[in-house]
Each structure stands twice: as structure tokens, then as C-alpha cells.
Design a protein around this ligand. Structure first.
Ligand code: FAD
Length: 417
């Protein structure tokens, strides 16, 4: 089924136009070709058959570029759309409706996050060396922050050490879940700058460092298997006496934590709008099946259990969507309270997404967990998102802290703003 995306009366003409043109490509070029575009390489598949898939992807990317819809996250001077925050958020829910559509519009994590960080913090030389090749697709990248022996939910605990030795950093540390690690040409690594003889590695200022993966001492231990798969591109990496120039520091020493927060803050709105596009798709699949599947002498849609699943999912999507848009509008207006709502949607939306996909799978029965439908991937993605990008508990702690802090000043919470 095509996405039923019409102009939203409360949005300006420009954002509606972007959404409609995005939906046109999603509905015409991507959804009908989804199974071909993202099919696993089959055994015995000929080179010619694979070439057809790659050509199809290239054709769609070209169409996206011609339509002026390429790289919504990048400024125009770097070949992107130069979108403001709200327009980007509203575009995302349309993009996310089709599996893999974002990558055909030039948005591929973690490259897109790294591009935004390089735009904001990179020197001219760093932009030439790393940003431009990342944008034109001749380089790949990863973001290397989480460590196996320290809690990722508290990034201040990290102990990867960068010791300054003349005009070089000497880096030692152990990371894991560095996504895209197999193909990456460089990592943006989060480390602490510590003295050579420091015994306490937990107190030095944080810095992000560009580390080319070909540097001696960057050792990819494995692509960690996830969700039962033997391997993935989420890599365990050991940094053993890795020497890179001090000029590879991205931003100033001490700015590392803030840079990581920049990456995650607005990114959470985009993730949530992606979730909503995917919930929308799961909902369409669920209702489509409910209306056509005959069980126990009648169509599923006539059974009250199914109607309950549809109604509960409708409520989940509407609440998740309106809450996310509300948070996005607060960010757009530069309101301080946005921080609380960003954490609230980061807890609420992936959980709502999990519920909606779960119901869609149930309505489809066995087909729901089959590879014929995209629901299994959505289910895993939704569950994973409750951990990645700050687990639920960390966000709940922040919400409670902000609320309690307000009441401690003798002021109640203003839910109207
Ligand atoms: C598929 C995937 C891709 C990823 N990609 C990247 C990447 O590219 N780069 C990167 O650096 N990292 C990446 N990560 C790592 C991710 O950011 C971390 O997993 C996340 O920050 C949580 O850290 P942790 O796994 O160390 O869990 P921990 O910090 O050990 O937390 C474990 C659990 O403890 C609970 N918890 C935490 N704090 C509290 C508390 N105060 N009170 C009660 N309970 C609490 C939560 O339920 C949490 O899930 C990825 C993870 C996944 C799953």
C-alpha cells in the first residue's frame, strides 16, 4: 500500500511541498521495489543480477538529487537541502515509511551524524580531508564511544586515553558497538586527554579525535553478532598505541562531551520521527491484512480483538507523533523545557513503536515474522532503540530531575508550554 500523505493544513507550503515530493518518490520508486532493493545476495546470484540492483539504487538517488531532496541534514554549501530543523523532522516521517529510503536520500547512519559533527566542529583542512569524501561517498566512517567495560549510559565513565606526545596523540582503549566498523575509513573516537603517567584515567577532559582505521594499532577484533546473526558491522575495536596528529582533534579538547550531546540531542527528534514513519507503515500493513484475512467464519477486521489492536495502535501513533512534534517545536523556539520533552519522547516513542509493530505481527500471524514482510526488522529496530542513544532509565532520571528541580523552587510544571 502507498503512503497516504497529504498536505498538512497547519504546515507552511514549503514543508508540505517537501513532504509531498518525498512521498511521490517513496510511493512510486521505493515501495514497489523494496524487496529487490534490499534483497540479501542470493547464492549463485550472477554479477549481472546484482548490477541491476545497484543501478536501481543509483537511479533512485539520481531522481532524489534532481528533485532537490538529497541530504536533508546537510547545509546547501555541502550539497544538502539546507533544511531547518522542523522541515527536516517532518520530512523524516515520510522518508521512514519505506525500508531503507533514507539511504537513497543520502542519510546513512553513522555517516550522516559524523557529517553534521564535521560541519560544526571541523577545521577547513578536516573538512577537505574527511567531510567531502564522506559526502561524495568515497569514504565511510564510524562513531566510536561505547566501551565494553564501562557503562555507555554514562559516557563520562569512559577510559580510552589519549596522551599528548609532541604533536601526536597516543591512544589506548577498548570500544565496542562501533557501527559501520567493517567498512569505515575513519572513526570519530571519543577519548580522554590524560597525562602520560596518570593513574586515574577517569578525569581528563574529553575530546573527539579523527582516527583513520588504517593507522597502526587500530585493531578490529570482531563484528559483534546481534539478534542471533553471526556477525554484524557493529565492531569491537582495540586501540593499541595508536598515533594520530593532534591536528586530528575535532573541536577543542574538553568539548568532546558537548559535541557528542549535539549529535544526540536533535538526532533524537529525527529518530522519533523515523519511528513514527515506520509505525505508520506497520499500521497500514496491519489494517490491510485485517480487512482481507478470513478467520473463523469472518474477516479479521470484524473481530473485536483486532479492532482493539487497530484502535490501540491508532492511539499510540497519534500520541507519539503529536508529542514528538511538540518537542520539535520547542527546540525550534529554543525553549529550555525541550530538554525534558526530548527525553520523554525518547522513552515513549520507541516503546509505542514496539507495541504497534508487535500488534501488526500478531494480526499477520506467521507471515508477520517471515522475511516476506518488513515487520521483523522493525521489531528488532524498535527494541534496540530503547537501549541505544541513551537507555530508557537514563532519560527517566533526567525527566524526574528537571521536574523535581522546578518544584524545589516552589514552581509547578507548566504543561501548556
Ligand atoms: C545496534 C546498536 C548500535 C550501536 N551503535 C553505536 C555506535 O555506533 N557507537 C557507539 O559508541 N555506541 C553504539 N552503541 C552503544 C549504545 O550507545 C549503548 O549500548 C548505550 O549507550 C547503552 O550503554 P551500555 O550498553 O554500556 O549499557 P549500560 O550503560 O551498561 O546500561 C545497561 C542497562 O542498565 C540500565 N541502566 C542504566 N543506567 C541506569 C540507572 N541509572 N538506573 C537504572 N537502570 C539503569 C538500562 O536499562 C541499561 O540498558 C550501539 C548499540 C546498539 C545496540
Amino acid at each position: 500500500m502507498a503512503m497516504n500523505c497529504k498536505p498538512v493544513p497547519t504546515l507552511d507550503e514549503r514543508i508540505n511541498d517537501i513532504r509531498m515530493r518525498t512521498a511521490e518518490i517513496v510511493n512510486t520508486d521505493i515501495i514497489p521495489n523494496e524487496s529487490r532493493l534490499w534483497a540479501e545476495r542470493r547464492e549463485g546470484e550472477t554479477f549481472h543480477e546484482r548490477t541491476e540492483v545497484l543501478e536501481l539504487r543509483a537511479d533512485i538517488k539520481e531522481k532524489v538529487k534532481q528533485a532537490g531532496l538529497w541530504a536533508p541534514h546537510l547545509p546547501a554549501e555541502y550539497g544538502g537541502m539546507g533544511l531547518d530543523f522542523l522541515a527536516h523532522a517532518y520530512m523524516n516521517e515520510v522518508l521512514a515509511y519505506a525500508i531503507g529510503a533514507a539511504s537513497l536520500f543520502g542519510v546513512v547512519a553513522p555517516n550522516s551524524g559524523n557529517q553534521s559533527i564535521l560541519v560544526k566542529y571541523g577545521t577547513e583542512q578536516q573538512k577537505q580531508d574527511w567531510l567531502l569524501p564522506l559526502i561524495d561517498g568515497t569514504m565511510e566512517s564510524g562513531f566510536s564511544m561505547t566501551e565494553p567495560h564501562n557503562p555507555g549510559s554514562d559516557p563520562r565513565s569512559l577510559t580510552t586515553a589519549a596522551v599528548i606526545d609532541g604533536d601526536h596523540f597516543v591512544i589506548n582503549g577498548h570500544k565496542w558497538f562501533t557501527s559501520n566498523g567493517i567498512d569505515a575509513d575513519f572513526f570519530i573516537l571519543m577519548a580522554r586527554v590524560v597525562d602520560h603517567d596518570a593513574t586515574d584515567k577517569k578525569t581528563g577532559p574529553m575530546v573527539q579525535i579523527i582516527v583513520p582505521t588504517a593507522t597502526k594499532g587500530v585493531n578490529i577484533v570482531r563484528g559483534i553478532g546481534v539478534w542471533g546473526r553471526k556477525e554484524s558491522d557493529h565492531c569491537e575495536v582495540k586501540y593499541e598505541n595508536v598515533r594520530v596528529p593532534v591536528a586530528n582533534a575535532l573541536g577543542r579538547v574538553g568539548e568532546g562531551h558537548q559535541a557528542a550531546q549535539d549529535r544526540l540531542g536533535a538526532g533524537r527528534i529525527y529518530h522519533c520521527m523515523n519511528c513514527i514513519g515506520q509505525m505508520w507503515r506497520a499500521f497500514d500493513l496491519m489494517v490491510e491484512r485485517a480487512a482481507s484475512r478470513q478467520v473463523h467464519g469472518g474477516v479479521l477486521a470484524d473481530k473485536q480483538f483486532t479492532q482493539g489492536a487497530i484502535a490501540d495502535s491508532y492511539i499510540d501513533i497519534q500520541t507519539a507523533r503529536l508529542f514528538t512534534i511538540h518537542a520539535a517545536e520547542k527546540i525550534d523556539q529554543g525553549l529550555q523545557a525541550a530538554r525534558t520533552d526530548i527525553s520523554a519522547i525518547k522513552v515513549y516513542v520507541p516503546a509505542a513503536y514496539t507495541r504497534v509493530v508487535d500488534r501488526a505481527i500478531q494480526v499477520w500471524g506467521a507471515a508477520g515474522v517471515s522475511n516476506d514482510l518488513p515487520l521483523w526488522g522493525m521489531y528488532q529496530g524498535a527494541r534496540t532503540l530503547r537501549i541505544a542513544d541513551g537507555p530508557d532509565e537514563v532519560h527517566k532520571i533526567l525527566i524526574a530531575k528537571n521536574v523535581l528541580g522546578q518544584y524545589a523552587k516552589g514552581i509547578g510544571w507548566d504543561f501548556g508550554n
